[in-house]
Design a protein around this ligand. Structure first.
Ligand code: ATP
Ligand code: MG
Length: 360
């Protein structure tokens, strides 16, 4: 039997032909290949993705496996997918908040599913292996504790608020600090300081993604938040109907005014699938896409109406956990991946820009 001398250079040469589909460069130039080991005809290596929730990880894994398999003498390939999430480069040091990305979920009007989307996106990112925080900035009608099935915070430690935790996500909400049903009346400065405290006095620990569920509309809480913390980007949730779209445009306009980059649009309650497979478009059609086009931003996807989504919210067991194979959960997972990918691409672009500035 002849001994094949496969070298690391052979492996790198093969992998330099595999493109990262979103960054448009090859895996080797992007420094994504680590820990190559060669054992006779067996090759093992790590591909370090820019997010564990990479939407194209299956494609990258398949193409890198095939590339290395095509080297003469290779009989077995093991691809280990790993990740190293680039930070968005924004300085949050004054809040001592260690989040690589902060994403605000907003809409122009109430009841379109911001909290539902926030909860499920947060859970989906945690399920992918990311460290995730979820901040309920809806200080008038906090829903996150119920939707995540958590009633109270853990005990304080050394004067720090310890966030609650559910489904791998750390949570903070004003709902933990007031009695259920008690009306919440805020004056401007109080509101501002409450939101700041949620960011700075909570022992969040290190996070890859902090998801912020905003209250409906475009008022004080949004302004307070934008002034308190650099936000990586905002996501607008809308329903497909025209009136909701007009409201959603207000959400977009708010992000623009506050200088928050818009990541994209999510359409919720897009259609109802009947037991015979027929699709009913209860709230109209195409609105989310139209809004994304108008704003020249990405359309992340359509979440169907599904009773289990609502039950998930009411019973504190998000659909990502209770029915991960449902259409709604799969779409939410896809949306979470597209958001994560967009954040990574934006972060890498920004870091390059910052480096270029330094060179100048
Ligand atoms: N795709 C869906 N299918 C079925 N029910 C849904 C769906 N999305 C949201 N809901 C339900 O609709 C109601 C409103 O959703 P949610 O509370 O997430 O909206 P919101 O935009 O956060 O509302 P608010 O403006 O009051 O904060 C909830 O009862 C929720 O469970
Ligand atoms: Mg809400």
């Amino acid at each position: 039997m002849t001994v094949n001398n496969i070298t690391k250079e052979d492996v790198l040469a093969a992998l330099s032909k595999v493109q990262e589909p979103e960054l448009h460069k090859d895996l080797v130039s992007l420094n994504m290949i680590k820990d190559i080991t060669i054992n006779g005809s067996e090759v093992k290596f790590n591909v370090v993705l820019t997010t564990p929730a990479c939407p194209l990880k299956g494609k990258i894994e398949k193409e890198s496996r095939e590339a290395v398999m095509s080297i003469k003498g290779v009989e077995k390939v093991e691809v280990v997918l790993d990740s190293n999430i680039p930070s968005d480069g924004r300085n949050r040091g004054n809040l001592s908040l260690k989040a690589k990305h902060v994403v605000a979920i907003a809409s122009g009007k109430g009841g379109v599913g911001k909290s539902t989307v926030s909860v499920n996106i947060a859970v989906a990112l945690a399920q992918a292996g990311a460290r995730v925080g979820l901040l309920d900035a809806d200080i008038y009608g906090p829903n996150i504790p119920t939707m995540m099935g958590v009633e109270r915070l853990p005990a304080f430690e050394e004067n720090q608020i310890i966030p609650a935790e559910a489904y791998g996500v750390k949570l903070m909400s004003i709902g933990f600090l007031v009695k259920p049903g008690q009306p919440l009346i805020w004056r401007g400065p109080m509101l501002h300081s409450a939101i700041r405290q949620f960011l700075s006095d909570v022992a969040w620990g290190e996070m890859d993604y902090l998801i912020i569920d905003l209250p409906p509309g475009t008022g004080d809480a949004q302004l307070s938040l934008a002034q308190s913390i650099p936000i990586s980007g905002g996501v607008i949730v809308t329903t497909p109907q025209v009136i909701s779209l007009e409201d959603a445009s207000r959400g977009l306009y708010m992000f623009k005014q506050l200088d928050i980059p818009i990541l994209g649009v999510v359409e919720n309650m897009s259609y109802l699938e009947l037991p015979d497979g027929q699709i009913m478009e209860i709230f109209g059609k195409g609105g989310g896409e139209a809004l994304a086009n108008e704003a020249e931003t990405e359309f992340f996807g359509k979440i169907p109406l599904n009773t289990d989504v609502r039950i998930g919210g009411d019973t504190g067991k998000p659909i990502m956990v209770s029915q991960p194979d449902s259409k709604a959960a799969k779409e939410l997972k896809k949306i979470s991946e597209l958001i994560a990918a967009k954040l990574s691409v934006a972060a890498l672009d920004r870091v390059q820009d910052i480096e270029l500035e330094i060179i100048e």
